[in-house]
Design a protein around this ligand. Structure first.
Ligand code: TYM
Length: 341
């Protein structure tokens, strides 16, 4: 039986892996599109959640700030309900198998397919390709390595990661057909509602750590009055009809989606209850404040003990390595590298 077959028989549960960059402040889009699903997935699947600090290096970072943010994201993930006794939370750079497998996969991925990645095109639109870091170009291969190392079946992400997921599948399939069945081919798990939370000031673009203005995004640690102000000042649409129609009415539809997520309802049902923007904004603001309150309360306690967070991340890295290292070794052997005896 090959390593992949063995890994399958030994696993009783499906495997989940996802990742988040420790850059800027985590925002409502990250929570609604991804992290809140991680908290529920951990109870149904064998789950690995990775703070992808190596990915963060593809854009300029202040070194001290990157270190601080990495710890902060660790604390935020714990505050969001990830339980280190149930799932595995770790930092990407603590597990060297990630960049190691990434190199092997760079020799499987093609230049042309990386060139087609819309995030690469977006991120180089301003400064041009010439000045972009080479890591920004190979970024999706490292992401494929993150996923394939863990034999992940399911990858819970927001809608903006769809194309990267497709590439991870293509690379995994190509590797398997060229070198033998080493990798599990993952499926993206993209939520039906809240997969693309839009910028509050420009609802035609997604809420983003780097591109949104402070008024356009709700940071997870924004105080309640700031959240309320930002949502009440959200840009809506020219007419005053409340209708769920993300294409024609992106601003109002975004607020309906946020209210739906926070109150466990559906945007269409909610649209029927409002005939003016004002009350919709008030209710959405109040609901988002309550939705984030448990996370904010838990965060204050957790970050007061940074050593505790560091300990969780170290234990997570040990556990992650126990899965990642054998996968890396199997892939290297399959490609023809001589094992060190
Ligand atoms: P990142 O750090 O940009 O975002 C983390 C997660 O948040 C989701 N997200 C959103 N969801 C809804 N609305 C939004 N406005 C919004 N903005 C962000 C993202 O889809 C993501 O799920 N390349 C990834 C990190 C990564 C990864 C991985 C993910 C690296 N390796 C392996 C999954 C598996 C990224 O930059 O996510």
């Amino acid at each position: 039986m090959g390593d992949r077959g063995l890994a399958h028989t030994m696993r009783l549960m499906t495997r989940v892996l996802s990742g988040i960059q420790p850059t800027g402040d985590l925002h409502l889009g990250n929570f609604v599109g991804a992290v809140r699903h991680w908290a529920s997935d951990q109870h149904q699947h064998d789950s690995y959640y990775c703070i992808v600090d190596l990915h963060a290096l593809t854009l300029e970072q202040d070194p001290a700030e990157l270190r601080a943010k990495t710890l902060q994201v660790g604390a935020l993930l714990l505050a969001a309900g990830l339980d280190p006794d149930v799932c595995t939370i770790f930092v990407q750079s603590h597990v060297p198998a990630h960049p190691q497998l990434s190199w092997l996969l760079e020799c499987v991925a093609s230049f042309g397919e990386l060139r087609r990645m819309t995030q690469f095109k977006d991120k180089t639109a301003k400064g041009g390709e010439g000045a972009a870091r080479a890591g920004l170009f190979t970024y999706p291969v490292l992401m494929a390595a993150d996923i394939l190392l863990y034999h992940a079946d399911r990858v819970p992400v927001g809608d903006d990661q769809r194309q990267h997921l497709e590439l991870a599948r293509d690379i995994g399939e190509r590797f398997n057909s060229r070198y033998g069945e080493i990798f599990t081919i993952p499926q993206a798990a993209i939520p039906k509602v809240g997969a693309r939370v839009m910028d509050l000031q420009d609802p035609t673009i997604k809420m983003s750590k780097s591109r949104s203005s402070p008024q356009g995004k709700v940071s997870l640690l924004d105080p309640p009055e700031v959240i309320t102000r930002k949502i009440k000042r959200a840009v809506t649409d020219v007419d005053s009809e409340v209708r769920y129609d993300p294409k024609a009415k992106p601003g109002v539809s975004n607020l309906l989606e946020l209210l739906a997520v926070a109150t466990d309802s559906t945007p269409k049902e909610l649209a029927a209850k409002y005939d003016q923007y004002g009350p919709l904004k008030n209710d959405a603001a109040a609901a988002v404040v309550e939705f984030l309150r448990p996370l904010q309360t838990a965060y204050a306690d957790i970050i007061a003990d940074p050593a505790g967070v560091t300990k969780v991340l170290a234990a997570g890295a040990d556990k992650a390595e126990s899965v990642a290292n054998p996968t890396l070794a199997a892939a290297a052997l399959a490609m023809g590298l001589l094992p060190r005896s």
